[in-house]
Design a protein around this ligand. Structure first.
Ligand code: URA
Length: 239
């Protein structure tokens, strides 16, 4: 059972004080009955909430895929810099969304935002070995030596990386698959070969590929099948 003002503000663009006013002006109903107090408790699995004569569709959890543009940090709020939450706030401002894992400010591509902590944990947990694939452009030619080093596990100053896959896709470009997420990992791995990362884009998490029709800065909700792919759960048809 949860307070009706909390549910409505989480599930809509109304603030808690908007909901108070709506309740006062008898605009909120539960199962057809006018609600008298904004602390009224309801069961979201059973009760039907109506606001201004429109039924509220209650979504338990939200899962978004965002094609992250450059210039946004992977945080929920920041006093100076724009965050990935700023991009989705006009539609989901009242939900406690957060990014699942981090991408650097200048990294683009696939980012998942959710308010489901268990789901985020299931992807980020080191035990899961969930794979993340990146398209990388560097400032010097990509070499077989780098590919071999990535396969063996690159030794960084503070720790050794797990084995990863570096597929050479062009003179200066590669596709890198990681199963962990150390701080600035790809930049530091290439740094070991005196290479500077010029462009970095995440293109896949688990079995889920960044949708090709999702432009930079665009986002949408994930389907149930896509969610399973993100988690790498077998039994769904992979493209
Ligand atoms: N590795 C990096 O160096 N940066 C990212 O944003 C992701 C992986």
């Amino acid at each position: 059972m949860e307070r009706i003002d909390k549910i409505i503000s989480n599930q809509s663009n109304y603030s808690r004080s908007d909901v108070k006013k709506l309740v006062k002006s008898k605009k909120v109903k539960v199962n057809g009955e006018i609600v008298k107090n904004s602390d009224f408790k309801i069961d979201i699995n059973k009760d039907i909430i109506t606001v201004n004569e429109i039924d509220l569709i209650v979504k338990q959890k939200v899962y978004l895929v965002l094609n992250k543009p450059k210039g946004y940090i992977s945080a929920t709020e920041d006093r100076k810099m724009a965050t990935v939450l700023d991009i989705v706030s006009k539609d989901y401002g009242n939900r406690n969304l957060f990014p699942v894992g981090r991408l650097d400010k200048d990294t683009t591509g696939l980012m998942i935002l959710t308010d489901d902590g268990d789901f985020a944990h299931s992807i980020l947990s080191p035990k899961k070995d969930s794979k993340k694939i990146y398209d990388v452009t560097i400032d010097i030619p990509v070499t077989e030596e780098m590919a071999q080093g990535f396969k063996n596990g690159v030794q960084l100053i503070d720790s050794r990386c797990k084995p990863s896959i570096l597929k050479i896709t062009g003179e200066y470009t590669a596709e890198v698959t990681l199963t962990e997420g150390k701080y600035h990992q790809i930049k530091r791995m290439f740094g070991c070969y005196k290479a500077k990362v010029l462009e970095l884009k995440r293109i896949q998490i688990g079995d889920f590929k960044l949708p090709s029709n999702l432009g930079e800065g665009e986002y949408r909700e994930l389907t149930t099948d896509e969610l399973k792919k993100v988690q790498g759960i077998k039994g769904v048809i992979n493209e």
